[in-house]
Design a protein around this ligand. Structure first.
Ligand code: HAM
Length: 425
């Protein structure tokens, strides 16, 4: 669980603003969900024999004796909320949410116990066009973030439940014949969640899987048509993808389309965004059958990628625009008052007032370290003549005395001329 420090928060806000902008442009509305839910909700949706539910949830008993868990993901909560508030029946919903998720995993680069997702869930639409729409949305986001070159889309179809059961039997029968070559993890999963063996990182198990039955061969015609239509739509819209027949996902609620956006640039934790269809989940949780599809992206991983792009990643800093300082205690009150006036008149600029006294040299040092583009100084002369001295800190320009009556207009003009506004607002 990490602190996100002031040096890092501008990148987070840049990322979040980009995501929100794109979601808005695709017609999504925000929903805010609680961080704690009944444990049973996750067991019933994600699956009782998944890693998340078996090993990774932060679960506790509250004062009423109820078993609660910190949410490991947002889809289950979103379905619960949709049902509870009557948002799902006979309706179309395009929702998104954001916030911390909790999984007790082994931490490493890109994998944390508290991490943040932006998730998107669509209810009431069953066609491949909405699957495509979600992937187009992601592709646009990567373009706007400057990450397009670094992420690849992998797609698969899991078919419906019966097809998966038939495939599961065929896969288990095949793997039983190769038991000796399987690692311990794969053997354990053979009885619990055999499809997850397809995800293995063990080369020996991977070699066994080379000849294993393929899920696609067990799919019914409608699921195949859905998937092919999705692939065609993506190609028509210029979104590159790779079909990965081994892609199964670690949560049980998926059927038909599943996808992951992966990158090589983060080491082992290379999935930055993942999701798929879960047409059965609403009914499974007690609602009426409602088609649904969604995804979630891991913000820490995207922040890491943005930071790797370097300082040119178009990330604005949190530096103030102007640093205001008084030469002596007599001007401290007037400069603070001046700052208040400027904040009212120039609400898009950020003004930081020096506090805590010190020598002129140390005040100027702090002005410089603040990252501000210029300092506004007030000494006895300025106070007496109702003016202020503007001292550019970055450009080498000469300092100038400006009457306070002209200050607002002059600062607005400077801000207009600046190539890129440093404040994120
Ligand atoms: P997920 O694949 O478990 O899916 O997580 C989605 C994304 O969250 C991952 O691709 C990754 O970027 C990020 N993530 C997951 N675990 C961690 C972690 N421990 N540390 C950092 N980042 C992590 C879901 O959560 C589904 N609810 C997605 C979904 C929504 N499917 C349909 N609708």
């Amino acid at each position: 669980m990490n602190d996100i420090l002031p040096e890092e928060t501008p990148v987070w806000r840049h990322l979040e603003a980009c995501i929100q902008g794109v979601l808005h442009r695709y017609g999504f509305r925000e929903i805010r969900l609680p961080i704690v839910e009944h444990t049973e909700l996750f067991a019933r949706s994600i699956g009782a024999v998944t890693d998340i539910v078996e090993k990774e949830m932060y679960t506790f008993t509250d004062r009423n004796g109820d078993s609660l868990s910190l949410r490991p993901e947002g889809t289950a909560s979103c379905v619960r909320a949709g049902e509870e508030h009557g948002l799902l029946y006979n309706q179309e919903q395009r929702l998104w949410y954001r916030g911390p998720m909790f999984r007790h995993e082994r931490p490493q680069k890109g994998r944390y116990r508290q991490f943040h997702q932006v998730g998107v869930e669509v209810f009431g639409l069953e066609g491949p066009d909405i699957d495509a729409e979600l992937l187009l949305l992601c592709a646009r986001l990567w373009r706007e973030l400057g990450l397009s070159d670094q992420v690849q889309l992998q797609l698969n179809s899991l078919g419906d439940l019966e097809a998966r059961h038939r495939y599961r039997d065929a896969l288990v029968a095949y793997l039983q014949r190769h038991l000796d070559a399987l690692d311990e993890d794969a053997r354990r999963r053979l009885d619990t969640n055999p499809l997850r063996i397809l995800d293995t990182k063990n080369p020996q198990t991977q070699a066994v899987l080379e000849q294993a039955p393929v899920l696609w061969d067990h799919l019914e015609a409608p699921a195949k048509r859905h998937f092919e239509a999705l692939c065609t739509r993506l190609s028509d819209c210029g979104v590159a993808f790779e079909v990965n027949p081994r892609l199964v996902r670690g949560l049980d609620y998926y059927g038909k389309t599943v996808f992951e956006w992966v990158t090589d640039s983060l080491g082992a934790q290379g999935t930055v965004c993942a999701g798929g269809r879960y047409d059965g989940l609403v009914e499974q949780l007690g609602g009426r059958a409602t088609p649904a599809v969604g995804f979630a992206m891991g913000l820490e991983r995207l922040v890491l990628m943005l930071c790797q792009l370097g300082p040119d990643a178009a990330v604005a800093s949190d530096a103030p625009d102007l640093y205001l300082l008084a030469a002596a205690p007599e001007q401290e009150g007037p400069i603070q008052q001046l700052a208040e006036t400027l904040r009212t008149q120039l609400p898009h600029l950020a003004f930081q007032v020096h506090m805590g006294g010190g020598s002129m040299k140390s005040k100027m040092k702090k002005a410089d370290r603040s990252g501000a583009e210029a300092a506004l100084l007030m000494g006895a002369d300025e106070l007496a003549s109702a003016s202020v001295t503007l001292k550019p800190l970055r450009t080498g320009e000469e300092q100038v005395r400006i009457p306070q009556s002209e200050l607002t207009a002059r600062l607005a003009e400077r801000a207009r001329r600046a190539p890129e506004h440093p404040s994120t607002g």
